[in-house]
Design a protein around this ligand. Structure first.
Ligand code: AGP
Length: 369
């Protein structure tokens, strides 16, 4: 086992640190920015269905559902197709309206999640086209779908998903860019510019991994907190959900993720000097709005930990702690902003003496309802 951990204390830490490589593996042979090429073999026979779909329905559970939520923003921004993101466990029992003009994307690391598999069978029986985004080759979901794209992240052993999440987002990003380009909703110059930026993401993830050597110090300060709030907007809203889930799973600290603007509709009542609030406040279209959300928390004496774009001085002046990530295109920020959140949850869990790789009550794949 020590050999499998590659010198790391836990699989989770190894998998967090593997992300520059796993994302590059996911894009290898598919993305060639220099020649303006993006090829997803699994989509070849289904591009017509995808391009002409009335609606994209994304179904998944847990972290994979969070990746689906990022994809909602991606597909709507780049390809202008309406998207619905569904918890597989709800979708399968809701008698949803599905037609043969729907393109369903099922996302699953293990490819064995019972609810996701049942949601696929339901959508298939209504005539929809089902596309899988799976990590495990030959898994039940990979076999049940009409076509798909593997994430190629390599085996993920830690129960808390890390590198599978960023690989799922990488595949979904490539799908969204292809779709936007084919549909003409993304201009050629913008497409090429984004392909180039995406190709550079693994080295930016590498940088993000090494930028915050103070994460352990922050973890030591807040490891005994009873609650955490994670807030983000736009592309960073799903990242807030994912940050909160990571902390809950492995450290057993109660954490909630919210869209930052929803705070004033309830969660703001929770804020006092005991409450750490993690803001994802990168320089993007909602930056100013997030800054004013930070002010609201500060006025109520909440402790602010902010994930910011490298060089940010405004949020640095307001927050108790900042975690920097490199600058990138707004749509690609989740691939970077989730990194310090994974690291923070890991260090807090280790300091609390938790079993990081195999948290209580959880299984790596949930093959029962
Ligand atoms: C992630 O950290 C969780 N362990 C869990 O939410 C997981 O993402 C979920 O069970 C879905 O699993 P899947 O991707 O294998 O379908």
């Amino acid at each position: 086992e020590a050999i499998e951990k590659g010198g790391y204390e836990h699989f989770m830490l190894k998998e967090i640190n593997e992300q520059p490589r796993s994302i590059a593996d996911c894009m290898r042979g598919r993305l060639d920015a220099k020649n303006g090429r993006l090829v997803l073999g699994g989509l070849r026979d289904y591009m017509n269905k995808f391009q002409n779909a009335d609606r994209i329905i994304i179904t998944a559970c847990g972290t994979s559902w969070h990746a689906g939520l990022v994809a909602e923003y991606l597909f709507e921004e780049f390809a202008r197709i309406p998207v619905e993101v569904e918890y597989a466990s709800e979708f399968r029992y809701r008698n949803p309206v599905i037609s043969d003009k729907d393109f369903v994307i099922a996302i699953s690391q293990s490819g064995e999640t019972a609810d996701t598999l049942a949601a696929i069978e339901l959508a298939k029986s209504k005539g929809a086209t089902i596309f899988g985004v799976c990590n495990v080759v030959g898994s039940s979901i990979a076999r049940a779908t009409h076509a798909g794209c593997y994430t190629h992240a390599g085996p993920e052993i830690g129960v808390a998903s890390t590198k599978a999440f960023t690989a799922q987002i990488s595949v979904l990003t490539m799908m969204a860019l292809m779709l936007g380009y084919q549909r003409g909703t993304l201009t050629e110059s913008k497409y090429i510019q984004l392909l180039n930026e995406l190709e550079g993401i693994p080295s930016k993830v590498e940088k993000a991994l090494t930028m915050n050597n103070n994460i352990e110090k922050i973890a030591a300060i807040y490891k005994d907190s009873r609650n955490f709030l994670y807030l983000g907007r736009g592309y960073n809203f799903p990242v807030a959900l994912e940050g909160a889930l990571k902390l809950k799973e492995i450290s057993y600290i109660h954490a909630e993720g919210y869209p930052a603007a929803e705070m004033k509709h309830g969660p703001i009542a929770l804020i006092d000097e005991e409450m750490p609030v993690v803001f994802i406040a990168t320089k993007d279209t909602s930056y100013e709005k997030v800054v004013s959300n930070i002010q609201e928390v500060k006025a109520r004496k909440g402790k602010i930990i902010a994930v910011v774009t490298e060089g940010d001085i405004v949020v640095r002046g307001m927050a108790d702690h900042v975690l920097e990530i490199p600058e990138t295109a707004e749509a690609f920020v989740p691939l970077l902003s989730v990194i310090p959140l994974q690291q923070l949850s890991y260090h807090i869990a280790v300091m609390r003496g938790c079993n990081v790789d195999q948290p209580r009550n959880l299984a790596k794949s949930v093959t029962v309802e």
